[in-house]
Design a protein around this ligand. Structure first.
Ligand code: MN
Length: 251
C-alpha cells in the first residue's frame, strides 16, 4: 500500500504543477508508473494513510469530514477487524478478499464483525484512492466501457446518484467490474461488500451520513452530485485495467 500511496502522491504533485494542457499527458504517463492500485491486505490490518492532504477534496468534501472519516471511522473498522480475527489463526491467515468471499465459512462468533468491519476496511481503502482527483470526464478504456454499459457518462452519473439517494439508511453506491471489463451499478446496505458475492468494485461512494452530514446535513443528493468533482479518473482507469488482469486480486 505504501508504494501505491507514494506514487499517487507523486501523481497529484506532478499534475498540480502543470498547465491543464500538459496535465492530461503527464497523468497518463504517471498512471503507467502507478503500479497496482488495488491491494488485498491481511492480518494485522493497518489503516492506509490518505494519499493526499485532508484538505485535498475541499470544497466538495470538507477537511473536517475527511479527517474524522479516515482517522476515526476507518480506523475503528481496522481496529475492530483485527480484534475479531486475532484469536482465530485460520481466519487471520486469509486475505481480506478471502474472508469476505467465504464469510459463511467463518465461525459464527466473528462472522458479523468481519462482515461489518472487513467490509468497512475494504470499502474505505477503495474510497480514498478513487478520490483526490480533479473530476471531469473519464478517458480511455474505462470511458469506452462506461459509454458501452451505461449509454453515456451523464447517464451513469444520473443512475449512480439515483442509486445512492435510494439506498435507505446507510450504505454504498458502487460501479462493479467483472473480469471481462463489463460494468454494472449496485447499491449495498451498511458495509456489505460486493466481495461477499465474489464481485469487484471499480469505484464507489459512501452514503453513510458520516460521509457528508457536517457539510450537507440531510442533502444527500447535493453530496452525491458534488462528489464527482473529486473523482480521480487516472486511478479509476488503472483499477479498471487491474480488474481485467486475473493476477491482480484486490479490494
Ligand atoms: Mn464511511
Amino acid at each position: 500500500m505504501l508504494t501505491i500511496v507514494r506514487r499517487a502522491m507523486l501523481l497529484a504533485g506532478a499534475a498540480s504543477a502543470l498547465t491543464s494542457t500538459a496535465r492530461r499527458s503527464a497523468a497518463q504517463t504517471a498512471v503507467s508508473e502507478l503500479g497496482p492500485v488495488v491491494v488485498d491486505p491481511s492480518y494485522p490490518f493497518v489503516l492506509p494513510p490518505l494519499p493526499y492532504a485532508t484538505s485535498a477534496n475541499d470544497p466538495y468534501i470538507d477537511t473536517q469530514t475527511m479527517a474524522l472519516h479516515h482517522d476515526k471511522h476507518h480506523a475503528a473498522y481496522v481496529a475492530n477487524l483485527n480484534a475479531a480475527v486475532k484469536d482465530n489463526p485460520q481466519v487471520a491467515a486469509m486475505t481480506l478478499t478471502q474472508m469476505l468471499a467465504k464469510l459463511n465459512e467463518l465461525p459464527d462468533t466473528i462472522r458479523t464483525a468481519v462482515r461489518n468491519n472487513g467490509g468497512g476496511h475494504a470499502y474505505h481503502s477503495m474510497f480514498w484512492v478513487v478520490m483526490g482527483g480533479k473530476g471531469g470526464d473519464p478517458a480511455g478504456d474505462v470511458a469506452t466501457a462506461i459509454t458501452r454499459d451505461f449509454g453515456s457518462f451523464a447517464q451513469l452519473k444520473a443512475d449512480f446518484n439515483k442509486a445512492g439517494l435510494g439506498q435507505f439508511g446507510s450504505g454504498w453506491a458502487v460501479v462493479l467490474v467483472d473480469s471481462s471489463g463489463k460494468l454494472s451499478l449496485a447499491a449495498r446496505p451498511n458495509q456489505d461488500s460486493p466481495l461477499m458475492d465474489g464481485k469487484r468494485v471499480l469505484f464507489g461512494n459512501d452514503v453513510w451520513e458520516h460521509a457528508y452530514y457536517l457539510k450537507y446535513q440531510n442533502r444527500r443528493a447535493d453530496y452525491l452530485t458534488a462528489w464527482w468533482n473529486v473523482v480521480n479518473w487516472p486511478v479509476v482507469a488503472a483499477r479498471y485495467k487491474a480488474a481485467t488482469d486475473a493476477t491482480q486480486l484486490g479490494i
